[in-house]
Structures are given as C-alpha cells and as structure tokens.
Design a protein around this ligand. Structure first.
Ligand SMILES: Nc1ncnc2c1ncn2[C@@H]1O[C@H](COP(=O)(O)OP(=O)(O)OP(=O)(O)O)[C@@H](O)[C@H]1O
Ligand SMILES: [Mg+2]
Length: 242
C-alpha cells in the first residue's frame, strides 16, 4: 500500500439512530409493547478520498449534508459505523471551538487545561502562554472566568490555544465566521503561514474565496452521498449545479 498519503477515507459510513415521528394513537400502544421507535439515518453513505502531503481539502455541501460529521470522524471524536479512516499525523481540530473550556475556570486556567488536552505539557505551555494571550488580545481578561467572556472572546482564546504550535493537520469548521473581520483576517493569515510550512488543511467553508485560496482538492457531499472528489475548481462547479 502506498504510504505517501496524509488522510485516506475508505467507504466511510455513519449511521445515526433517530426517533420516529409518531401520532398520539401510535404512542400509547408503542409505550406498552416496547415497539421499536427508532430508525437509522445515514449521515454519511460511502465516502472515499485520499489527501497527499502538501494538499489541502475543502468539504462542500448544503446544510445537513454530513460535513461536520466527516470532520468529527477525521478528528477521532466519533467513529464511522463502517469503512476505514487512516490519518498519518496529529490532528488539531478547530471544531466545536472551546468545547473543552470549563466556564467556571479563568482564561488562564482554561489555556493550561485546553493545552493539556491538545498534548502541550505545563512546562511547554509556560513558554507559549504569553504568545497565546497576545494572539487572542485578551491580556486584561485572563483572570476572569470564561463564562463572562463574549462568544467572540471565547472563540479567540480557543483559536489561539489551538494554533499555538504548528499543527500537522488542521481541521477548520466554519469557525472563521465567528470572530470579527479583523480577527478573521488574522486567523486566515496564521493558517496560511502553517500551510506554507507543510500543514494539511481540511476546511468546511461556504466562502468560495477561502476555498480557492487554500485548497487544491474538493469533496462534494449531498445528503451523505459523495457526489465528487477531485480538483477543487471542478468541485465548486458541481456544487453550484446542485
Ligand atoms: N449526534 C447526532 N445524532 C443524530 N443525528 C445527527 C447527529 N449529528 C448529526 N446528525 C445528523 O446528520 C446529518 C449531517 O449533519 P452534519 O452536522 O454533519 O451536517 P453539516 O453538513 O455539517 O451541516 P451544516 O452545514 O449545517 O453545518 C444531519 O441531518 C444531522 O441532523
Ligand atoms: Mg456543520
């Protein structure tokens, strides 16, 4: 098997179990008989792609098509129901930003906590800390519990921790839309720096410009089905047609 890929997805499927919609008439008998009230829903239905070193991928598709589900599988947050994902490198997921933050802890405490989740030890964090705070521009707020932060401040701190070190593989799920315009620009230029130094990006974005600027490959998903994988320009064209 060739080993020059960074990420390889082979026939990925993801099934979610959902509650069936019932009328009240159906509800009571089901309650007593214990009849099945769930059904399976295919959030991903046979996804295949391969990303090589030096390439970046845009995942395209309408709302609910399975993009975030795929990112979560790549990040290892959730497992595929079927198929195989192989990742050569450490993944830094910029998804559900700040999910690891604890609202009662201060900004500073959360930086250390979040860092340790990302594999940054305390000694190393001591060295990175000032750089993180200055990137987030939250110097005056580091001793406040993060529950007092605005959502933009929260996101800036989480982003700053996640990009404190050059990541191998960076997953970005629409988060760039959260900060204000100036901060978005700053995030994008940081991401460009990483890319120039060899980071593989996997981006979910609805901005054509971001996709064209950052990605060579595109994966188009519709209702969990893969419609196209290949050159990003072609993927964007096909996306415009559905
Ligand atoms: N934990 C879950 N349990 C049940 N269904 C889920 C779960 N997570 C996602 N889904 C369903 O899977 C489908 C794909 O969701 P997903 O979040 O991957 O879409 P998306 O392409 O990221 O959409 P968006 O553009 O709105 O962010 C949706 O129909 C969603 O309702
Ligand atoms: Mg999503």
């Amino acid at each position: 098997m060739s080993n020059d890929f960074i990420i390889k997805a082979e026939n990925l499927h993801k099934l979610y179990s959902l509650n069936k919609q019932r009328t009240f008439k159906e509800f009571l008998p089901a309650l007593f008989s214990g009849a099945e009230t769930k059904y399976s829903f295919h959030a991903l239905n046979g996804i295949n792609f391969e990303i090589k070193k030096g390439e970046s991928l845009a995942i395209l598709g309408r709302n609910g098509s399975g993009k975030s589900t795929l990112l979560k599988i790549i990040a290892g947050v959730t497992k595929p129901s079927d198929g195989k994902i192989t990742v050569n490198g450490k993944v830094f997921p910029l998804i559900e930003l700040g999910a690891g933050f604890h609202p009662e802890l201060t900004g500073k405490e959360n930086v250390y906590l979040n860092g340790s989740i990302l594999g940054i030890k305390e000694k190393e964090m001591d060295k990175l800390y000032n750089q993180i705070v200055s990137f987030a521009e939250l110097e005056q707020f580091m001793h406040e519990p993060v529950k007092h932060y605005s959502s933009g401040m929260y996101m800036r701190l989480a982003f700053a921790v996640a990009v404190a070190k050059i990541p191998n593989i960076l997953l970005v799920d629409e988060i760039l839309a959260v900060g204000d315009l100036r901060f978005q620009k700053k995030c994008l230029s940081r991401i460009k720096e990483f890319q120039n130094q060899g980071t593989t990006l996997i981006i979910v974005s609805h901005s054509r410009k971001t996709i064209e600027d950052y990605c060579q490959k595109g994966l188009l998903i519709n209702n969990g089905n893969q419609l196209y994988f290949g050159e990003v320009k072609k993927a964007l064209e096909k996306y415009a047609q559905i």
